[in-house]
Each structure stands twice: as structure tokens, then as C-alpha cells.
Design a protein around this ligand. Structure first.
Ligand SMILES: [Zn+2]
Length: 183
């Protein structure tokens, strides 16, 4: 069965979080309450990304008047408008990403998985979750290119295939619990 948006975003959040705390223990995946964490805005995270004056894809400095890019394209219906939707990207990478999903675009370009963690991935999970929840997509299947990109990211960032399996099962369990709880 293909994973839903909710499962995909829980997995992305968990990957970002485990990279942030430097812990990949399977217990961590089972313990964290992603449905709570992912829906909680983080001012610190937003500020850290806003102050990062170089492109997350290539390291080029971003001009002070540069616009950066948006995690969820503003042209999409009900895209989040706030500063939390900001992503530090240089002009060429901004143009290249366009309306594409961040994970699918990153993977398609062959950019290094480590460049996404922890902050861009955590913010991606939060902002995209807000977007899919607002559009009642949370329990719909996620697009195949996004799932493929996430799977590649999991294999690159986690220490073993066993960790990947535990993470995916934990996301399925927590998504089911969140649906039951009406989250
Ligand atoms: Zn760049």
C-alpha cells in the first residue's frame, strides 16, 4: 500500500528530528508524538532559516534583497503565506525548484541528502503538513515521486535498513492513531 501524505510527513519529520538530536534509536521513532510536534509552529526554526544567508543547495550567498523561495509554492491554493514557508535558495535554484515538491526536486537534482537536515526537512514537514491538512489531503496517497525521494533519503540518513523499517511502521501506527483521534 502506498503511504499517505500524513505518513510521509511524519517520516520526514522523524528523519529531521533524529538528525537534529543525533539519535536514530528505534525507540525514538516509537516514542515521539509526531502528530503533536508537526502541528506546532517553531519560531526558532523559522528564524534560523530566515537568517541563513546562503543557498541550502549550493552554498552560494543570497543577496540581501534576494527573495529565496517557498517550501510550498505560493501559486498553489491555500499555500502558507508566513515566514515559515521561506527556504534559503539562490536565484538559479529557486527557478529550478519552482512549484515542485522540495523532496522530489532535491532527489531529482541529485543534491546531497545531508544538505536537507535538520532544519529544511523539519520545516518542510511542518509547512507541508499545514498545507495538506488545510486541503484535506492528509489521508490521501502521497505522489510517487515524493515517496521515492523520501525512501532514498531514509536509506541515506539512517544507519541500517532495519531502522528504515521501524520508522515506516511507527509512521503507519501513529497516522492510524491520529486519524482515530481526529487530528
Ligand atoms: Zn543555489
Amino acid at each position: 500500500m502506498s503511504p499517505t501524505w500524513r505518513q510521509v510527513l511524519y517520516r520526514a519529520y522523524a528523519l529531521g528530528h533524529s538528525a537534529k538530536v543525533g539519535d536514530h534509536a528505534p525507540e525514538l521513532f516509537a516514542r515521539e508524538r509526531w502528530q503533536v510536534c508537526i502541528a506546532r509552529p517553531s519560531r526558532d526554526l523559522t528564524l534560523r532559516l530566515a537568517r541563513r544567508m546562503e543557498c541550502i543547495a549550493c552554498g552560494e550567498p543570497i543577496a540581501p534583497n534576494g527573495t529565496g523561495d517557498h517550501i510550498v509554492a505560493r501559486s498553489l491554493w491555500a499555500a502558507p503565506e508566513g515566514a515559515e514557508n521561506y527556504l534559503p535558495l539562490c536565484q538559479p535554484h529557486n527557478s529550478s525548484k519552482g512549484r515542485k515538491n522540495l523532496l522530489a526536486w532535491w532527489h531529482g537534482k541529485g543534491l546531497p541528502p545531508a544538505g536537507l537536515v535538520p532544519d529544511p526537512l523539519l520545516q518542510f514537514a511542518r509547512v507541508t503538513y499545514a498545507y495538506v491538512a488545510r486541503n484535506t489531503l492528509a489521508d490521501m496517497d502521497a505522489p510517487a515521486d515524493v515517496v521515492e525521494a523520501l525512501e532514498a533519503l531514509e536509506l541515506a540518513l539512517l544507519p541500517s535498513v532495519e531502522h528504515v523499517t521501524v520508522l515506516r511502521q511507527a509512521a503507519i501506527d501513529q497516522a492510524a492513531a491520529a486519524r482515530k483521534g481526529g487530528a
